[in-house]
Design a protein around this ligand. Structure first.
Ligand SMILES: [Zn+2]
Ligand SMILES: [Zn+2]
Length: 283
């Protein structure tokens, strides 16, 4: 903790994956790249585990139910590798993974068949601070999150569209788009907000925006930028495949996405000017 004390005013705010309430902790910096530093925070009856990279960016978040040793008169126990205290191994509980709280750390237990794997994670105290608005919440207040998702969708489509937005947010929105996308094809104009409608292909961005809404500006933009680059890279390699191997082949390559993320699947098809269902029915 002492190593991070100079960043005391710097914290992250995330949504708990289990209860959706905010979790706020001091920003942690992993000692190396690509290494990640994990910390755990108690959140009522569960533990939230956050992974930070060396830039102090929260890379991943998970939550595990917290097991009180006293509640389970367990038959099987092991000794904690860090403090020698007891860790119950609850094969009969029906839990696949859970956390046990010790003095200054949590032990996460993963049950795989009749074996177990444990992980010891440093404990940090949650911060009690009021929510901090970030660039996304500021834009949301003026134009709404779905409109922002639609604007991001037009940006990735590369449509040279003129969009009117309130003057108060124009500069901030421009800034946000410039940082998130390399090229910003749309032109923002001051005025009463245009009705942008809604299309399902924008849903992917909407969900990403919801995910980063409690993050700092730096983190939110970094994660959205990565999302945009992931989509662009995917589309450009699929485009090469499309020229070489044709539509049916490309459709067969992306069909796994339909189960994994149906809205992303629609977005990718749209960006490839491809309609995989028509290819499937044609065959
Ligand atoms: Zn929670
Ligand atoms: Zn321990």
């Amino acid at each position: 903790m002492s190593a991070t004390s100079k960043f005391l005013e710097d914290y992250v705010s995330l949504a708990c994956p289990l209860c959706e309430r905010p979790v706020r902790v001091i920003r942690i910096y992993a000692p190396s790249q690509p290494g990640l530093k994990q910390v755990g925070v108690r959140h009522d009856d569960h533990v939230v585990i956050i992974k930070f990279d060396k830039y102090g960016v929260a890379r991943d978040i998970n939550a595990y139910p917290l097991v009180e040793s006293a509640v389970y008169p367990q038959k099987t126990t092991i000794k904690c590798t860090r403090c020698n205290e007891t860790v119950p191994i609850l094969y009969e509980s029906g839990l696949r993974e859970y956390a046990v709280e010790h003095q200054d750390h949590f032990v996460i237990v993963f049950l795989i068949g009749k074996t177990h794997v444990t992980q010891t994670i440093d404990k940090v105290e949650p911060l009690r601070v009021p929510p901090r608005p970030n660039i996304i919440t500021k834009i949301r207040r003026e134009i709404g999150l779905k409109n922002l998702a639609m604007i991001m969708y037009y940006c990735i489509l590369g449509e040279k569209k003129r969009i009117r937005v309130p003057a108060i947010i124009k500069e901030e929105l421009e800034n946000f788009l410039r940082k998130t996308f390399d090229r910003v094809p749309i032109i923002l104009q001051e005025g009463a907000l245009m009705n942008l409608g809604w299309c399902d292909e924008a849903d992917y961005f909407w969900r990403k925006l919801l995910y980063v809404i409690g993050f700092s500006d730096k983190e939110a933009i970094m994660i959205l930028k990565e999302t945009v680059e992931m989509i662009k890279n995917m589309v450009s390699s699929l485009k090469r495949l499309l020229t070489r191997k044709g539509e049916a082949f490309v459709c067969s390559q992306i069909v796994y996405l339909r189960e994994k993320d149906a809205k992303l699947y629609e977005l990718i098809q749209k960006l490839l000017h491809l309609s995989c269902t028509s290819v499937e029915t044609r065959e």
